[in-house]
Design a binder for this molecule. Structure first.
Ligand code: PLP
Length: 492
């Protein structure tokens, strides 16, 4: 049988096989121009995008163009259509949620990652990507003041949600039910598996348990003390009650820096209990873990050395562009046996000698994220990182002092790091009216585009959250936010 003949392409091949480097340089200039607007206090764009729902979509054609368009036209459309629809996480007055912070070294690293376009799935598919990932995670572990780095295996994932999924999958593997082969459904030999975390824990723990077939009914939310920390006595009772009912405690997730208030669970006492109960301990330090880089904050990481796994997100507070989540476990072999599945076409001659990161997670193809983290750690140095993190905590304390000294405002939670939870609560306003008023304050301030905050509920009450984590944030931005808040509170 003869092969069908293929007609030659009618379009002329571009000279360099793609677009020329002048197009790249012009594009980079435009990216830099956008980036510069966030450094120029006089020309800051609104932090919260001011577009109404549907505005962006209405400017986008329903179908892709059939004829090629120039990069110049496309980049103009980025500025005209896309940028107005961006909420600027990199803005110095972004105080919502936790920052997804960035920096020049990280931006360059991300650009290089794209330029090199390496796939870090196997060692052989880019040895540098694998070996740098291993080394940079050793650096970060040690920089946070954590001991015994040789015993910990590190892997970079996209998000803390994925890192926690890996942790609970490993815990399930360690429990020995061979779930990867037999599944969970219809098995009389597997008890109900239980995962414990505090009622302040991030929703990613529920999501992991949804994905892994454990079920949200089996995520046991342990009550917290007056400072929003997991109560170990309640954890112990919950485990004992579950065992008595024939269920199997599988894992505990302790948090260092909870999402609503950045409270720190008592990890050393939880580690003692987990050791006695032979239960996997995962530490979610997505936001606050990196604070260990400053020695005076290492108290917060006490007990992590006795955990089974831990996550922190350089993309939250370590000036590393989205996305970059650092995950470590003391049980490399368990994580590997939870996920390794080597198809014939992925076998390499080096498999016994090297780490193939595809063996330690869900993904096959993997981005080369270690590069930007390496560039950040080198370009700032651990001293430079520590001083910036410290400064953020100091700014948070100064902001909190202003709130506290004002008769109509109150702090709503302790401030261990760089998040302030507070609320407008004049003596003559009922709690319910204050809830509604604080929600109005939040909307009004965010609508100005001059600052962006988010909120949470504590003890059932609406509370404002101001989280500092952006490398561009200076005291003047906090002063402006405080002015806007007072202005909005007065209803002016
Ligand atoms: C304590 C904590 N854990 C996990 C997460 C989830 O992080 P990610 O968006 O990387 O999945 C967050 C997000 O803010 C968080 O605060």
């Amino acid at each position: 049988m003869t092969a069908p003949s293929i007609s030659p392409l009618t379009a002329p091949a571009p000279a360099a096989g793609d677009f020329d480097s002048a197009a790249l340089e012009a594009g980079v200039d435009r990216i830099l121009a956008l980036f510069r607007t966030l450094h120029d206090t006089g020309a800051l764009p609104p932090v919260l995008s001011q577009v109404a729902p549907g505005t962006v979509a209405s400017q986008l054609p329903l179908q892709a163009p059939s004829a090629a368009e120039s990069l110049e036209t496309i980049l103009s459309d980025v500025e005209r259509i896309i940028v107005p629809g961006i909420t600027h996480w990199h803005h110095p007055s972004f105080f919502g949620y936790f920052a997804n912070s960035s920096s020049v070294p990280s931006l360059l690293g991300e650009f290089l990652t794209s330029g090199l376009n390496a796939n870090a799935m196997l060692w052989v598919t880019s040895p540098a990507a694998t070996e740098l990932e291993q080394r940079v995670l050793q650096w970060l572990w040690t920089a946070m003041g954590l001991p015994d780095v040789e015993s910990w295996f590190g892997i970079i994932t996209d998000t803390a949600s994925m890192s926690t999924l890996l942790a609970i999958a490993a815990a399930r593997e360690a429990a020995g039910y061979d779930v990867r082969r037999k599944g969970l459904a219809g098995r009389a030999d597997v008890p109900v598996l239980r995962v414990y975390c505090s009622e302040q824990t991030h929703s990613s723990i529920d999501k992991a348990c949804i994905t892994l077939g454990i079920g949200t009914n089996n995520v046991v939310k342990i009550p917290v003390d007056g400072d929003f920390r997991m109560r170990v006595d309640a954890l112990e009772s919950a485990m004992a009650a579950d065992r008595a009912a024939g269920m199997r405690p599988l894992a505990v997730v302790a948090t260092i820096g909870t999402t609503s208030t950045t409270s720190v669970d008592p990890v050393p006492a939880i580690a003692d209990l987990c050791a006695r109960e032979k239960v996997w301990l995962h530490v979610d330090a997505a936001y606050a873990g990196v604070m260990g880089i400053a020695p005076e904050f290492r108290w917060a990481l006490a007990g992590v050395d006795r955990a089974d796994s831990m996550v922190t997100n350089p993309h939250k507070w370590l000036f590393t562009t989205m996305d970059c989540s650092a995950f470590w476990t003391r049980h490399q072999d368990v994580l590997r046996s939870a996920f390794s599945l080597v198809a014939e076409y992925l076998v390499t001659a080096r498999d016994q000698q090297v780490v193939n990161y595809m063996d330690y997670g869900v993904q096959l193809g993997r981005r080369f994220r270690a590069l930007k983290l390496w560039m950040v750690m080198r370009a700032f140095g651990t001293d430079g990182l520590a001083s910036r993190l410290r400064d953020h905590c100091e700014m948070a304390r100064e902001f909190a002092a202003q709130v506290e000294s004002h008769p109509d405002w109150m702090l709503s939670a302790p401030i261990p790091f760089s998040l302030v939870c507070f609320r407008y609560a004049p003596a003559d306003m009922s709690d319910t009216d204050a809830d509604a008023h604080n929600a109005r304050i939040l909307s009004a301030v965010n609508a100005t585009g001059r600052a962006f905050l988010s909120h949470t509920k504590l003890h059932g009450r609406f509370v404002l959250r101001l989280a500092i984590g952006n490398i561009l944030t200076q005291r003047e931005h906090l002063e402006l936010a405080w002015t806007e808040l007072q202005h909005a509170a007065s209803g002016a």
